[in-house]
Design a protein around this ligand. Structure first.
Ligand SMILES: Nc1ncnc2c1ncn2[C@@H]1O[C@H](COP(=O)(O)OP(=O)(O)O)[C@@H](O)[C@H]1O
Ligand SMILES: [Mg+2]
Length: 356
């Protein structure tokens, strides 16, 4: 009998490079968004001739490649020239003008930010930026509490292209006319992917993240179908990771529809957006993370156990993964190092958890 033929050995993994499933992973190629990337590049191009760039407003629903496409353009820009500073700021994580200025200082390598006021921070950053030109990307710009920073940048940075990204087209009209008339961005809508495109992207990630041949075709088709149905690649990545973990949990050498189906149940919890919607267990875990933000997941788990938490590590880990999808936390997965791979758990922010 070959009862154990399909069983995974203790030192085997279905994952080749799990980091490739991170939402923030930027693959070498971003297919199906070529024309959008050309559009973005054309707003930046005048900066190469010491002229002012054009501004852009990108919108479209979550999980359809807005961030990854723009980041990809910035990466190419960085490879091309040192004369144009690529500055990417996620406004969901940095949601006030003060925090944006801190990020600007960080981006230009200015470290002495302690005890400085907003205007002082901007003054320093501006002096450095104005020696060159800059592309500013303000991602999730609709999550900001104030737009003073935008006014300052539009008025006082000489050569720039400002790219604002939001889910909702309506953001632009909600802007104060004083800023809107200075921004005057070209709109660029990102449309959801077709089924074929969704499949292509899911397939590309599978090849990056998993060992060869571990995915059953119909299982991967199920993931792609679900991601397409929800118009959200991020959820497809979540499903892939969870199905992989589920298969590993059962020491299976293959990832099958059974593992995907069990992970789809977890997706139902994917859309919790507010702390008040969490169950007791979720609330306990979030409390622990608040006190232990920035620590390794193993340490956070210990603190959770010390506080009376009963879940096994795997369940705990899955919960934290879901928190990432719901944006309660930002996870940083670190490969290599003396301790092998580990995950750092950061509380996403102290801001209100609004819809995304
Ligand atoms: N065309 C694409 N090629 C490769 N990966 C993609 C593509 N579009 C989206 N993704 C992946 O899907 C996830 C969600 O995309 P993201 O850019 O974060 O969406 P958005 O910013 O629109 O919410 C990311 O992990 C991203 O890398
Ligand atoms: Mg995004």
């Amino acid at each position: 009998m070959s009862l154990f033929r399909d069983v995974l050995g203790a030192d085997e993994s279905l994952f080749r490079n799990e980091i490739a499933l991170d939402y923030s992973f930027v693959p070498k190629l971003v297919p199906y968004r070529e024309s959008e990337q050309h559009n973005v590049a054309s707003c930046i191009r005048p900066l190469f001739q010491q002229r002012n760039g054009r501004n852009m407003f990108i919108f479209g629903q979550p999980g359809i490649g807005k961030t990854v496409a723009v980041r990809h353009v910035l990466n190419e820009l960085e490879e091309q020239t040192d004369d144009i500073l690529p500055i990417y700021i996620n406004c969901w994580q940095h949601n006030t003008s003060f925090k944006v200025f801190l990020e600007l200082c960080d981006a230009v390598g200015y470290k002495f930010t302690q005890n400085k006021r907003s205007d002082e921070l901007f003054l320093v950053a501006r002096q450095i930026i104005n020696k060159k030109s800059a592309v500013f990307v303000f991602d999730e710009i609709d999550k900001l509490q104030d737009y003073d920073f935008l006014y300052s940048i539009l008025e006082e940075v000489y050569r720039k292209a400002v790219i604002a990204i939001a889910n909702d087209k309506g953001w632009l009209s909600s802007l104060d006319s004083r800023i809107r008339s200075r921004l005057m961005p070209e709109p660029l809508e990102f449309r959801p992917y077709s089924l074929e495109e969704t499949k292509g992207i899911i397939m590309q990630r599978m090849e990056h993240a998993f060992s060869q041949g571990v995915w059953a075709d119909d299982a991967l088709g199920l993931v792609a179908g679900k991601a397409f149905e929800m118009h959200d690649i991020r959820r497809g990545l979540f499903l892939m990771r969870q199905a992989g973990l589920a298969a590993e949990g059962k020491a299976s050498k293959r990832i099958t529809t059974e593992h995907v189906l069990s992970s789809i149940e977890a997706l139902d919890d994917f859309s919790i957006k507010d702390e008040s919607e969490l169950d007791d267990e979720g609330r306990l875990i979030l409390e622990i993370i608040k006190k232990n933000s920035g620590r390794k997941i193993g340490d956070v788990y210990k603190a959770y156990q010390d506080a009376g938490g009963k879940a096994v590590y795997r369940t705990f880990q899955r919960r934290i993964d879901r928190f990432e999808g719901d944006r309660f936390v930002v996870l940083k997965r670190i490969a290599g190092g003396t301790e092998g791979k580990t995950t750092i758990v950061n509380l996403a922010n102290d801001r209100k958890l609004t819809e995304f």
